[in-house]
Write a new protein. Structure first.
Length: 261
C-alpha cells in the first residue's frame, strides 16, 4: 500500500487530545483509605459524684458513636473502685475523684497518662429547711448534731478532712461512708443533721439545702480519667475519653456544676 502523509494539522490535533487526556488523569485525586468506624463495648468505673453527668455524657457519646456500646457504668467511691481494678475487675476506663486514687491504679501498672477533666469543691449539706440551723463548719463540732462524712480514704473524705483542719474544726461523725452518695442519702432522708458533699451533688435537688463554707475554694478535687491497659476496645475507650475532654463532655459537666480542671 503506498504511504500517505498525514496532514500536519491532524497530527497537532491528535497530540493535543493525547496531552489533554494525560492531564485529566493526572488531575484526578488519588484515593485515600477511609478511617474505620469506632466500635466495641466500653466498661467504665467512675466516682459516685459523676453519676448524673456521666449518664448524660454516655448517652450523647452513643448518639455520636452508634457502633459503640457503653455498658451500665459502675459508680462508687473512687478508692473502692481502684481496689477492685487492682484486684482484677474488668474495666476499660477509670474516672476518679482525685489524683491520689488514680495513682494507685497507675502505680500498679494498669493505666498510663491519666488526663484531668473536671474539678469540684465541698459544701455543707443539710435536710431541706435546715432544721438544725447549721450555718458554718464550726457548727458541725456540736456534739448534739448528727454529722455524717465520707471515710478518710475516700476522695470526698480526704477533702473533708482538709477543709475541717483548715478551719480548725474537730468533728466526731455519726458515721463514715464509703462514697459521697451515701452521705447525701442520709442527710436527705433526715437521718443526719448535716454532712459534707460536693457542690455538684446538691445541684437541682429540693430535698436538701447547702451552705458554701469559708475556705471551700482552697480545697479543690481534680478529677482524672484514664483508659486501662487491658481495655477490650482501646479505640472506643480512647474515643470516650476524647469526648469527655471535648466541648460536648465539658458542657455537660459544667451544667452539673463541675469546674474546669
Amino acid at each position: 500500500m503506498p504511504f500517505r502523509a498525514v496532514p500536519r494539522a491532524a497530527l497537532v490535533a491528535a497530540s493535543v487530545l493525547i496531552l489533554a487526556g494525560c492531564s485529566a488523569v493526572a488531575s484526578e485525586p488519588s484515593p485515600t483509605a477511609s478511617t474505620p468506624a469506632v466500635s466495641g463495648e466500653v466498661t467504665i468505673f467512675a466516682a459516685a459524684s459523676l453519676q448524673a453527668a456521666f449518664d448524660e455524657i454516655a448517652e450523647g457519646f452513643e448518639d455520636a458513636y452508634p457502633d459503640v456500646d457503653i455498658r451500665p457504668i459502675t459508680y462508687d467511691g473512687s478508692s473502692t473502685l481502684a481496689t477492685q481494678i487492682v484486684e482484677g475487675a474488668p474495666a476499660d476506663i477509670f474516672a476518679a475523684a482525685n489524683e491520689s486514687t488514680m495513682a494507685t491504679v497507675v502505680e500498679a501498672g494498669l493505666a498510663e497518662a491519666p488526663e484531668l477533666f473536671a474539678s469540684n469543691t465541698l459544701v455543707i449539706v443539710v435536710p431541706a429547711g435546715n432544721p438544725a440551723d447549721v450555718s458554718d463548719l464550726a457548727d458541725l463540732a456540736d456534739p448534739n448534731l448528727s454529722v455524717v462524712l465520707c471515710a478518710p480514704e475516700v476522695p470526698c473524705g480526704s477533702a473533708s478532712q482538709k477543709l475541717l483542719a483548715g478551719a480548725e474544726v474537730s468533728v466526731t461523725p455519726a458515721s463514715l461512708e464509703q462514697n459521697v452518695t451515701a452521705v447525701l442519702t442520709k442527710v436527705a432522708a433526715g437521718e443526719a443533721d448535716a454532712g459534707l458533699v460536693y457542690r455538684t451533688d446538691v445541684a437541682g435537688r429540693s430535698d436538701v439545702d447547702s451552705i458554701v463554707p469559708d475556705g471551700a475554694e482552697a480545697v479543690v478535687n481534680l478529677y482524672p480519667i484514664a483508659a486501662l491497659n487491658s481495655a477490650a476496645s482501646p479505640e472506643a475507650a480512647a474515643a470516650f475519653i476524647t469526648y469527655v475532654l471535648g466541648p460536648e463532655g465539658q458542657d455537660v459537666l459544667a451544667s452539673f456544676g463541675f469546674g474546669a480542671p
